[in-house]
Design a binder for this molecule. Structure first.
Ligand code: NAD
Length: 465
């Protein structure tokens, strides 16, 4: 199908082609409706109403797509997005204010300021693993900054995609915020259009496609990609460390971009960690995790097969079971894992935790830095000196001590990768900045022509100054 093919579009433009949908959103932006603070405020309030009034529908969609427990869905998708929106609402006036900048003596009298400007029409492409949060969290900043937006949810979470397409036009201005459903074909058609910013969350492979497509219009791009986020375990309360690792890893059945992908543990700490990890899995998900209402399911058969194939990469310390029909994969701890094994060649994105032993922190840091830059890094230790060494030397999108995954709930922290794990960052004010141009404005009068002193002929300029 060509880029101008018919796609199912919601928001009153059902059946419209992608170019005409994008043109409609651009017309809305060009008309200036998105710029007043009142409009922005109404959109943010609309988002909060959508997430609170329609929580039950969204929870049901998340359960259908990912087997998400309603409380987990609430905490990791709905309430976190509501908090981000409330934060943006609270800071809207402050963020949008212009800032005076001092003018050097030689240019006076004059005034200078910076003022955040919207970028225009932005495209947000989201993945399936947190299909509410990862579609709407970028939108918060896009709207706060006064942009119009086209949203492309993931086709692999179809119930949530449908809910977003149906609900957003009821709560947000349908002229300036449009959802386009579909998979690669819809994305490709969208990427053929001109946008003023593209915000992509997904895998490295599609990230490259997005970057190439953006090049044709020199469109600025934010890439929120994945990667293998390491956890290094040195010392501490091993029962707590194991619970935090198991929680971070098994949340959403391991399908979390910042999940600890693998563990590097010192030989000394390994026996204690192994013992406590097995206990932690039982503590969080019971003796038979298949029966736990708190463990999500794998997104589809293709990913289940891929993950199942990775179970041969080491010795199974616990878990290893699964049921393809129900897309259940048992939380699995692997030991005796070689760095060359299949599980260490790709982002796991499932409930499998490989343990590799290292001599010390030094070896762990070298192991991490020898590989593509991960989205997050985790260090478990009580030693402040070890934490300083880790912070100074490790390359990663973020450094987190004695936790895994929960750092995402701090709106003041920028969230994003570095190197292969992404470009740009968001959350809180950073989302607003991502979708704004900090435009400088300089103003001088003509009554006094003070600039004359600097004009040619330059002969004698030094004397004039
Ligand atoms: P994906 O890259 O396969 O898909 C992401 C989006 O791109 C989807 O909307 C999909 O429809 C679209 N798409 C697919 N093929 C395309 C193409 N050829 N051209 C244009 N668009 C295309 O990612 P996914 O499988 O949905 O999500 C998993 C990946 O996302 C993991 O690597 C994970 O680490 C990463 N991720 C990163 C973050 C983050 O915030 N950094 C968050 C969640 C997931």
């Amino acid at each position: 199908m060509s880029a101008t093919a018919q796609h199912e579009i919601t928001g009153g433009t059902f059946g419209a082609s992608i170019p005409s949908v994008v043109a409609g959103v651009r017309r809305a932006y060009d008309s200036g409706i998105t710029r007043p603070l009142d409009w922005r405020r109404k959109q943010l309030q609309g988002l909060i109403r959508l997430l609170t009034e329609r929580e039950a529908e969204l929870s049901a969609a998340l359960a259908q797509d990912l087997g998400k427990n309603p409380l987990e869905g609430y905490l990791t998708e709905i309430s976190i997005t509501v908090s981000e929106t409330e934060y943006a609402l609270r800071h809207l006036v402050q963020w949008t204010r212009s800032t005076k900048v001092p003018v050097p003596l030689g240019l006076k009298p004059a005034s200078a300021k910076t003022e955040p400007q919207p970028l225009g029409v932005v495209l947000i492409i989201a993945p399936w693993n947190y299909p509410v949060q990862l579609l709407l969290a970028p939108l918060i900043g896009a709207l706060a900054a006064g942009n119009a937006a086209v949203l492309k949810p993931s086709e692999l979470a179809p119930a949530t995609s449908r809910a977003m397409a149906e609900l957003l036009p009821l709560y947000l201005d349908p002229a300036a915020v449009v959802v386009v459903e579909g998979g690669q074909e819809a994305s490709t058609a969208l990427l053929a259009e001109r946008f003023d910013s593209i915000f992509f969350t997904g895998g490295e492979r599609v990230g490259r496609v997005v970057l190439q497509a953006a090049a044709q219009y020199l469109t600025p791009v934010t890439l929120e990609l994945g990667g293998k986020s390491p956890a290094v375990v040195l010392d501490g309360n091993f029962a707590a460390i194991a619970r935090r690792l198991v929680y971070g890893k098994m949340l959403n059945a391991g399908q979390t971009c910042v999940a600890p992908d693998y563990v590097l543990v010192t030989e000394e700490a390994a026996p204690k960690l192994r013992k406590h990890l097995v206990r932690a899995v039982a503590e969080l998900f019971g003796k038979d995790p298949a029966k736990s209402p708190d463990l999500g399911r794998i997104i589809n058969e293709q990913h289940w097969d891929r993950l199942h194939g990775l179970l041969d990469s080491g010795t199974i310390l616990s878990g290893g079971g699964g049921d393809r029909n129900s897309l259940y994969l048992e939380p699995t701890i692997l030991t005796d894992v070689s760095p060359d094994s299949p599980v260490m060649q790709e982002e796991i994105f499932g409930p499998i935790l490989p343990l590799l032993t290292v001599k010390d922190l030094d070896e762990a840091i070298s192991f991490i830095n020898d590989r593509p830059v991960p989205l997050a890094s985790y260090l478990y230790t009580q030693s402040a000196a070890a934490r300083r060494t880790f912070e100074a030397r490790v390359r990663a999108g973020s450094v987190n001590h004695n936790v895994s995954t929960v750092q995402l709930a701090v709106p003041g922290l920028p969230f994003g990768g570095a190197g292969a794990s992404g470009t740009g960052a968001y959350h809180g004010k950073y989302t607003f900045d991502t979708f704004s141009q900090l435009r400088p404005v300089f103003t001088k009068g003509t009554a006094l022509d003070t600039l004359k002193v600097a004009y040619p002929p330059y002969n004698g300029l030094k004397r004039r100054l």
